[in-house]
Design a protein around this ligand. Structure first.
Ligand code: GLY
Length: 418
């Protein structure tokens, strides 16, 4: 969620102008102009969403199969993103009515501060309350964040040296059982723990984050810096019991959003620790992502890097996927990596320029058709063409609230870096 010092808001557009802007790339438009246009369109989408979604206990997530807006309850892992989108849009526009809405949608999540049911509390609370605290300095938000960090730490196991992602679960095959599953996505929850140590002066939270990242580095990364989605641990010995996937193509493949979470997570780890091993991991994981032979020219990956490979054969794949005559892309993975690359570009002397240019290219792609939705369409989500979970047959080629969150973050990071 880190923004950069010196953020300069883009010029705001009048509502009349917003209503006539289009998502098509205007020829000769610079990347900066494209990003500016995308922010204006995003603002129109957020306004449209607020017209439709009034109840902060029914939180926008995606489009349902029947085309309607799909909302969730607060215990869903995505519950903090809409509030986060409102905070980012307030930060851009300085519109006080957006601030009021951001506060309303954030404060509805307060009961989550004691929630210990899964690992996603970092997403849920840091994207909402974390941005709220950053932008308002309201001390009560800080206390809620620290209590949330304490709740998240209850899932830490000192033998597995990790935070448990999910409680016991069977995979979609109904056979594979996981007892202490940890997913690469969990790297994203560690930022909340660094925050809690900073504001309390208590290293307890940070030490857990460091240990979790160390274990992830050891067991989730393959030698080519691709990632396993799920690692299951034996909590008596601390040994790895399984390296597998839940949302990817096969256990041996690289699920695009998993790789994206890993890149973002290790960039954040380097920011917080300045440990070279985390920078090395972030760089090599980012290079795997950007240089993969299956990466399309527009830098929006297929939902899994190995989905186009004829030599990868899943034992089973959902019939909804089999019925498709194309391989879906995942704009959410691109948005997450785009935002991470802007930050990575500030850390790496030799390759920083290259990462900045790649991130800028991704941002321009996402800010254009077919990814950026026209105002008044797409159920008022900003981006199109993301994927939730193909093995579960859900959210195939849809908008996703978290794709919008990282896209807005990338737009703001781009603004401040320029
Ligand atoms: N963290 C869950 C997902 O990326 O789908």
């Amino acid at each position: 969620m880190k923004l950069f010092v010196g953020f300069i808001p883009f010029v705001c557009f009048s509502s009349i102008f917003i209503s006539i802007i289009s998502c098509q790339n205007v020829s000769q438009e610079s990347a900066y102009e494209t990003a500016t246009r995308a922010l204006a369109i995003s603002q129109a989408h957020i306004a449209g969403m607020l017209e439709k979604a009034k109840d902060p206990t029914r939180i926008p997530r995606t489009t349902a199969p029947d085309g309607s807006l799909k909302t969730t309850h607060m215990y869903d892992w995505t519950s903090g993103f809409f509030a986060g989108n409102l905070w980012y849009m307030y930060e851009y526009s300085k519109d006080e009515s957006l601030k009021s809405e951001a506060i309303r949608w954030t404060e509805a999540l307060e009961p989550l501060k004691t929630f210990t049911g899964h690992h996603d509390l970092g997403f849920m609370m840091y994207c909402s309350y974390g941005n709220a605290y950053r932008l308002t300095g309201n001390e009560s938000y800080k206390d809620i964040l620290v209590e949330s960090a304490r709740s998240l730490c209850t899932r830490y196991n000192p033998v597995a040296k990790s935070i448990k992602s999910w409680d016991y679960r069977k995979n979609w095959d109904g056979v594979t059982e996981w007892f202490f599953p940890v997913i690469i996505d969990n790297m994203m929850n560690l930022e909340l723990l660094f925050f809690a140590s900073k504001v309390t002066g208590d290293p307890y939270f940070k030490d857990i984050a460091l240990q979790h990242a160390e274990t992830t580095l050891k067991n989730h990364l393959r030698s080519d810096y691709s990632t396993y989605h799920v690692v299951d641990y034996d909590t008596l010995s601390g040994e790895v019991k399984d390296q597998a996937t839940c949302q990817g193509f096969t256990d041996a493949s690289t699920w695009a959003r998993g790789q994206a979470w890993g890149i973002y997570g290790f960039v954040m780890m380097y920011r917080e620790t300045k440990e070279p091993k985390y920078l090395e991991a972030a760089v090599k994981m980012a290079d795997f992502f950007l240089d993969h032979p299956n990466m399309p020219a527009d830098l929006v990956p297929y939902w899994d890097f190995n989905a186009p490979d004829p030599d990868f054969h899943p034992l089973w794949i959902h019939e909804k996927y089999q019925a498709l005559d194309y391989i879906p892309r995942d704009a959410s993975a691109a948005a997450i990596v785009c935002s991470a690359l802007f930050e990575l570009s500030t850390f790496h002397i030799e390759k920083g320029r290259d990462y900045f240019e790649k991130a800028e290219k991704m941002l321009v792609t996402l800010s254009s058709a077919p990814y950026l939705a026209e105002p008044g369409t797409n159920n008022n989500f900003i981006l199109k063409h993301s994927v939730g979970s193909i093995p579960h047959g859900v959210e195939i080629d849809v908008p996703l609230v978290y794709a919008d969150y990282y896209f807005l973050e990338a737009l703001l990071r781009y603004s401040s870096l320029r």
